[in-house]
Design a protein around this ligand. Structure first.
Ligand code: SD4
Length: 327
């Protein structure tokens, strides 16, 4: 598909009006953009979740801030029943329960998270309520669910027919084996910078398919699955969460950017730290994306196949990430 070109209109930008393509391009770049050109405003997310970045862009185009953009952006995938790795329709744990993890962080380091919440289709909205309506950062399990009902969220059965059928099939062998890029995991992590230059991030997932009951990965853990520092930038992760938690991956990447690394260099270093702790075992995928205050982006993963979406005034593109292993 022909790449759409969008001219930057600086007067429109100052007036808060962005040039937005009506239809999102589904172009996939051939090569990672490296080093990326800075561009503000911007929305980026893990994997090819173009409808989510399009939503985030639309929100900012209507004058919304980066927090609203990432919130509403990732909700698109939470509501997508065909996405069996996020939100409603997500794959269950090994007991057949869909348990969801999500977190959100704003420009002032306010943050909220829900861990292993059940029966609520939009955990990111509950995470935002935790951030805005409670003195806490994290609510887990039954407590998170109870809080959601108090806030007016509806109880919903999140196990779709298709997910149930697949889970019943899985039970015949009960083999717990993440398949690289195929995935039984495809978390959406999103970062955005609005026209004021403020950064926010959100991350939401159903976690590893057929995980042990009660298992939580990196995605709702501030610093691991997501981190934002409005002075520096933001980072978010996808893949086998245990490995991201062990290196506090997203915080590490933001700190590396604070020390002067580009988003690309910082993501590469983040992956290398994980590799260094797994010298004999590389049969798992991790992907990081990052953004700095100038709107430059970076991404890196272990195995080829990870992509990330960027939406700027230049266009809406699915970008292949560079990878530590080459095949
Ligand atoms: C987890 N990091 O629960 C998540 C899964 C994931 O792409 O990222 N999938 O460990």
């Amino acid at each position: 598909m022909q790449r759409r070109k969008f001219l930057k209109n600086s007067s429109a930008l100052t007036a808060g009006i962005l040039t937005v393509p009506i239809i999102a391009s589904s172009e996939t770049r051939k090569k990672p953009i490296e080093p990326s050109k800075g561009s503000i405003p911007i929305a980026i997310c893990t994997w090819d979740f173009g409808n989510a970045t399009a939503k985030a862009w639309e929100v900012m185009n209507k004058g919304g801030n980066s927090l609203d953009a990432v919130h509403q952006g990732v909700m698109v995938e939470e509501n997508n029943l065909d996405n069996r790795t996020v939100g409603n329709g997500g794959r269950p744990d090994r007991d057949g329960n869909v348990t969801l993890d999500a977190c959100i962080m704003d420009k002032d380091a306010n943050c909220g998270a829900v861990l292993a919440i059940q029966n609520i289709a939009n955990p990111i909205s509950v995470a935002r309520k935790v951030m805005e309506e409670t003195p806490h950062v994290m609510l887990v399990g039954k407590g998170a669910e109870q809080f959601a009902y108090e806030q007016g969220f509806e109880k919903q059965n999140l196990l779709t027919k298709q997910s149930k059928k697949e889970w019943e099939e899985w039970k015949k062998t009960s083999q717990y084996k993440p398949i690289i890029n195929i995935e039984n995991h495809d978390t959406i992590g999103m970062l955005a910078i609005d026209k004021n230059g403020d950064i926010a991030g959100a991350c939401t997932t159903s976690g590893m398919a057929y995980k042990m009951a009660g298992r939580v990965g990196d995605s709702p853990i501030i610093g691991a699955g997501l981190f934002v520092d409005n002075e520096v930038g933001g980072a978010t992760a996808t893949g086998v969460g245990e490995e991201v938690v062990r290196t506090v991956g997203s915080f590490l990447i933001v700190e590396l950017m604070r020390q002067g690394k580009s988003p690309q260099e910082a993501c590469e270093e983040g992956v290398k730290r994980i590799i260094a702790k797994n010298k004999d075992k590389q049969d798992f995928q991790i992907g990081f994306i990052a953004i700095n205050k100038q709107g430059e982006t970076g991404a890196y993963c272990i195995h080829p196949g990870f992509t990330f979406r960027t939406y700027t005034t230049e266009g809406h593109v699915n970008n292949p990430s560079g990878s530590y292993l080459k095949s």
